[in-house]
Design a protein around this ligand. Structure first.
Ligand code: MG
Length: 378
């Protein structure tokens, strides 16, 4: 970790930061953002990431990424980038490890279904849910709900937000109303996330057999890296050739981000995090790299995320989430007592159901669905 005085002036400094919702005395041996990272790692939502889908269902294979390994990869890439730019590594690590805490079981489809179900009750969005987990749902402290994280960590977790929700959320979402930027650490984590999933989804996609090298060679960016590997190691194939290509892919994206962002930072020369907030985004890929990354994302969307075998999983998962929600709404007495709302307010009950379902791992949701609907399991 870089001590505060070695950080660039435009980095987020733990001292003089946005503080916590409930004031706490500083810790003797850990910075504020180290404390946040530790709280996140010790949370129960973090442990559940191990059994939540990234693209492939958790039980489809032991080697596929889960939300947990994805979050670790984001943190690792993010920390290297942060150190190069003299940004706050601890903050990047905390945001990375927390960024997916609010994901439902079964990946994005779980969110989409819950959002549909919750239309009359404020909707459902996984970014907002991640913030809700660390602000409200974790039960660790005697004095308050949630983990009482630093403003900068919470702001980094809230990657997107509608104007309506921003008005409800207060200071942490004010930037969506003011149209200003979050810290450089938050901007960086966002792109570290993209670097991580672009590369590991290719790896998992190839491993599953749903996409092939021949298809990927139609993507100019991938083809360039693949040719480079073949030049260095003529005839290399299989896992080694894939890993040699993917490590070049991560390096190309990371190096481009460092060079481009360093130049932008040198030109803008922000003297503080406040000047960062008022400036345009300063952590970026170059235009040609943005184009390459976008082409790759389009490929993955068309060929992997919408593959018919992934679609089958998605349709089945959406049915599970929809039926769980429907059953609990129709008969809240089926819920564990903590999730039964006694106020008589339907929207409050719906929110508790969404919290309950969003907190489930893939396998728990499948089991819960079976417990509620299977006549074999009475
Ligand atoms: Mg992510």
């Amino acid at each position: 970790m870089l001590p505060d005085d070695l950080l660039a002036p435009y980095a987020a400094h733990a001292s003089g930061g946005g503080g916590r919702r409930f004031a706490e005395t500083p810790h003797a041996s850990r910075s504020e953002f180290q404390r946040d990272r530790d709280r996140i790692i010790h949370s129960s939502a973090f442990r559940r990431l191990e059994y939540k889908t990234q693209v492939f269902l958790n039980h489809e294979g032991d080697l596929f990424r889960t939300r947990l390994t994805h979050s670790l990869e984001v943190a690792q890439i993010g920390r290297s980038l942060a150190r190069n730019l003299r940004l706050n590594e601890d903050l990047v690590e905390a945001i990375s490890l927390a960024h997916d805490l609010g994901h439902t079981p079964f990946g994005h489809v779980g969110q989409d279904v819950l959002n549909e179900c919750m239309q009359e009750h404020g909707g459902f969005e996984h970014n907002l849910q991640s913030l809700r987990v660390v602000d409200e749902l974790e039960e660790h402290y005697g004095a308050y709900d949630g983990l009482n994280l630093m403003f900068e960590t919470r702001e980094g977790i809230l990657k997107h937000c509608s104007l309506n929700n921003a008005r409800l959320l207060g200071p942490v979402a004010q930037r969506f109303i003011d149209r200003t930027q979050p810290s450089l650490e938050a901007q960086l984590t966002n792109l570290a996330d993209e670097i991580a999933y672009n590369s590991h989804d290719i790896d998992d996609g190839l491993r599953s057999g749903l996409i092939t090298i021949a298809q990927l060679e139609q993507v100019e960016f991938f083809a360039r890296l693949w040719r480079d590997v073949q030049q260095h190691f003529p005839g290399l194939s299989g896992r080694r050739a894939i890993y040699e290509t993917l490590r070049r892919l991560i390096t190309a994206l990371a190096d481009d981000l460092i060079v481009t962002s360093s130049r932008l930072l040198a030109d803008a020369a922000p003297k503080s995090i406040d000047e960062v907030r008022a400036a345009p985004p300063l952590i970026r890929f170059s235009d040609p790299m943005r184009k390459d990354a976008t082409e790759l994302k389009r490929f993955l969307r068309e060929n992997l995320y919408r593959h018919y075998k992934v679609n089958r999983m998605r349709v089945k998962a959406s049915r599970i989430v929809r039926e769980l929600y429907g059953a609990f709404m129709a008969d809240p007495v089926l819920l564990p007592p903590d999730y039964q709302d006694k106020s008589g307010d339907v929207s409050k009950q719906a929110r508790k159901i969404a919290d309950y379902i969003a907190g489930m791992t893939d396998r728990y949701a499948i089991r819960e669905h079976r417990r509620l609907f299977s006549l074999e399991e009475l």
